[in-house]
Design a protein around this ligand. Structure first.
Ligand code: FES
Ligand code: FES
Length: 156
């Protein structure tokens, strides 16, 4: 079937199998490998992207369901060489170890801060509760999101 999906403000028209998952469309059809695929059970949350402005697990969405919609992936976060404040926060607070969960954590953090610019720790933990990090114990991820909240324009 033919679909047209706008990804990071670029329209893409592709012929896809009806069963193709959005995560595989992004990675294999478009080469946007910043979105990770970490499980077959919809549990890990490493595949989070925005679909029409809302974070979704892209392994739970068919590419066909994104037809006519807007997708935003981690590749769209930085503004050229200038990192988004959430990316800067993860660097400043060592929120990354292996990095496998990081793109999805960044997308959820940016979505949260766009709606709640000053979230407390509990709010941050709830926002990322659908995503697993096998490395960090979450402490530094929470600190990284708080850093971004305290530096809305990033480092100047
Ligand atoms: S790949 Fe694990 S929840 Fe999507
Ligand atoms: S940094 Fe390794 S899974 Fe989160």
């Amino acid at each position: 079937m033919e679909i047209t999906v706008t990804v990071n403000d670029e329209p893409y028209r592709r012929s896809v199998e009806p069963r193709l998952l959005l995560v595989h469309f992004l990675r294999d059809e478009l080469g946007l490998t910043g979105t990770h695929w970490g499980c077959d059970t919809s549990n890990c949350g490493t595949c989070v992207v925005w679909l029409d402005g809302l974070p979704v697990k892209s392994c739970t969405v068919l590419a066909a369901m994104a037809d006519g919609k807007r997708v935003r992936t981690v590749e769209d976060l930085a503004d050229g060489p200038r990192l988004d404040p959430v990316q800067q926060g993860f660097v400043a607070c060592h929120g990354v170890q292996c990095g496998f969960c990081t793109p999805a954590m960044l997308m959820t953090a940016r979505w949260l801060l766009d709606r709640d610019p000053d979230p407390d720790e509990g709010t941050i933990r709830e926002a990322i509760s659908g995503q697993l990090c096998r490395c960090t114990g979450y402490e530094n991820i929470v600190r990284a999101v708080r850093w971004a909240a305290e530096h809305p324009d990033g480092e100047t």
